[in-house]
Design a protein around this ligand. Structure first.
Ligand code: IPE
Ligand code: MG
Length: 246
């Protein structure tokens, strides 16, 4: 740990947005209300993150494992993504945000796939901020898919299997070309990664807060950024070496 350095803003923040259900339960509301509030929090945090100078924001919105929830809740979460893109795409685009959806398309409706394509194509050239929404995403699935693609290239003779490096695998990830997350935030007092960005988080700093996702606001984001600013990241080296390598 060192002193907080106000210049030390994480370039890439990733968030496990957890606690919508508990937020609703505490208020005697339905889980759906919690998810709806969660989308409002997301909408605001995208703006706040931009204002705080965060270039890349990745949010975990629906995991491969979330298919195991009751069908009604799954359908509601699907419709929320759909409505989020429909209602916010124009604003995101006008703010110069590049939107990407990370995850498998399998199981998603044609309508959602079309919306994802529209969002990604429309915003493809934007560079003010990069927003990744992990939806139908699982890190082990991502790694398995990457391995499978490389195996096929090796079998076809276009890749030397003995020469596969971390860099080659990295480029095959859904996040290929993006910086690794500097900071992963998880809300709602859970201390686990839940199959999120396993490959990319080798040197990520972790910040856990009891705040439930619908209550996560700019102040909460600032606390996470302050926490990050005090970290001494060494990447396996000694302090001085790591700052030279920066
Ligand atoms: C996070 O809130 C949203 C998703 C995982 C889709 P939860 O729905 O997990 O909320 P809790 O954990 O039940 O409070
Ligand atoms: Mg949860």
């Amino acid at each position: 740990m060192s002193e907080a350095d106000p210049q030390n803003i994480p370039a890439h923040v990733a968030i496990v947005m957890d606690g919508n259900g508990r937020w609703a339960q505490q208020r005697g509301l339905s889980r759906q209300e919690g998810h709806r509030k969660g989308v409002e929090a997301l909408r605001q945090i995208v703006r706040d993150a931009g204002a705080e100078g965060i270039g890349h924001l990745t949010v975990f919105s629906f995991s491969t494992q979330n298919w195991g929830r009751p069908k009604l809740e799954v359908n509601f979460l699907m419709s929320l993504l759909q409505r989020y893109i429909e209602s916010d795409l124009a604003e995101l685009h006008s703010e110069g945000v590049r939107v990407r959806i990370l995850g498998r398309r399998t199981g998603l409706s044609d309508k959602i796939c079309q919306l994802i394509d529209r969002a990604e194509t429309l915003t493809a050239d934007n560079t003010n901020m990069y927003l990744q929404i992990a939806f139908n995403y699982g890190a082990r699935e991502e790694i398995a898919d990457a391995a499978s693609r490389l195996a096929r290239r090796a079998a076809a003779g276009t890749l030397d299997a003995a020469a596969i490096t971390p860099e080659i695998l990295d480029a095959e990830m859904l996040t290929g070309g993006m910086p690794d997350p500097d900071l992963i935030i998880r809300t709602s007092g859970e201390y686990r990664l839940s199959n999120f960005l396993l490959w990319q988080s080798a040197y990520t700093e972790f910040y856990f807060t009891d705040t439930l996702w619908p209550d996560f606001d700019r102040e909460a984001l600032k606390s996470a950024i302050d926490f990050y600013a005090k970290r001494d990241r060494r990447f396996g080296m000694l302090s001085a070496q790591a700052s030279e390598a920066d």
